[in-house]
Design a binder for this molecule. Structure first.
Ligand code: NAI
Length: 292
């Protein structure tokens, strides 16, 4: 496999912007694409703020920070990805939307390019089946936030080749990550275990067993988790948690994976967590006029 010089990152939300940032900080040219121009402008602001923070704390030199920003290019034009050696898709967690994108990517990108998905739970084998290069399709699951979390979970689809796996592992390691490998079953390793716990925390709240604060405090102080499960759900995005639970439920066929009605209701209400300012907790600033 030739050296990876240009990466395309699709979706400039929480995950795509973080993945683009670490790739740019490792000297790789990045095309960061989103269909929503506002998402692209939010991503540019958050990447440059994050790089400024790293520089001000002495984790990155000023020159390296400037260089990282030079490696980053934002676009809404999918055609620009024809130059990419490696593509990482991080758009909305919907199988249909991802499949449509993989179909387009297969037509646009060069035949040697690897198409990776950052999906949390959707079958890589099924995404690969919408392309003519299933041996070059793979799961590359970064954790949130990508610049900080050390893990990348690599998921091999039924047809993923050993060469594709080796190139993806080498890229993850070049980005300073530690790799674990999962077979292609719903939720892979991390979300297969994490999401039922978060769902159970919603059931614990829904059935009135305890307050949200005590559920989170219980898991933080009782099991040494850095964040409580409800706090973590707000951080991940309640819509993302619900999509993953639906995939686990459909893919593993057991009622124990049925999403909690309270989680469904929060998503219906648009209370998606930190990214919307409100989820289980309210992150909106109280206006000065409302204070006594
Ligand atoms: P997000 O909602 O923050 O961002 C998704 C972005 O994709 C949005 O900016 C949206 O405009 C864009 N988008 C939607 N359709 C598109 C298309 N057809 N072409 C280009 N851009 C499109 O979502 P987030 O949280 O970044 O998740 C993205 C992916 O990463 C999902 O598959 C999710 O399951 C996965 N993931 C999420 C984690 C989390 O903690 N939020 C952790 C690990 C993986």
């Amino acid at each position: 496999m030739a050296e990876i010089k240009i990466i395309g990152v699709l979706g400039s939300g929480q995950m795509g912007s973080g993945i683009a940032q670490i790739a740019a900080m490792h000297g790789i040219d990045v095309y960061l694409l989103d269909t929503d121009p506002q998402a692209l402008s939010r991503a540019t602001d958050s990447i440059s703020a994050s790089i400024r923070r790293l520089v001000s704390r002495g984790h990155l030199s000023q020159a390296a920070g400037t260089d990282a920003m030079r490696h980053l290019r934002c676009t809404s034009n999918l055609e620009e990805l024809h130059q990419a050696d490696f593509v990482i898709e991080a758009i909305v967690e919907s199988e249909d939307v991802k499949k449509t994108l993989f179909l387009q990517l297969d037509k646009i990108t060069k035949s040697s390019a690897i198409l990776a998905s950052n999906t949390s739970s959707i079958s890589i084998t099924r995404l690969a089946s919408s392309t003519r290069r299933p041996h070059q399709v793979i799961g590359m699951h970064f954790m949130n936030p990508p610049p900080i979390m050390k893990l990348v979970e690599i998921v091999k689809g039924a047809d993923t080749s050993d060469e594709t796996f080796a190139a993806t592992k080498a890229l993850a390691e070049r980005l300073g990550k530690t790799v674990i490998t999962s077979q292609d079953y719903s939720g892979f390793i991390v979300n297969r275990i994490l999401m039922p716990m978060i769902n159970e925390a919603f059931f614990t709240l829904y059935t009135g067993v305890a307050t949200k604060e005590d559920i989170d405090k219980g898991m933080k102080l009782g099991t040494n988790h850095p964040m409580g499960p409800l706090e973590l759900a707000d951080f991940i995005g309640l819509d993302v948690c619900l999509s993953i639970m639906k995939v686990l439920h459909a893919g593993l066929g057991d009622n124990k994976y049925a999403p909690c009605p309270l989680l469904v209701q929060y998503v219906d209400a648009g209370r998606l967590g930190r990214k919307r300012g409100i989820g289980i907790y309210d992150y909106r600033k109280v206006p000065k006029s409302a204070k006594l």
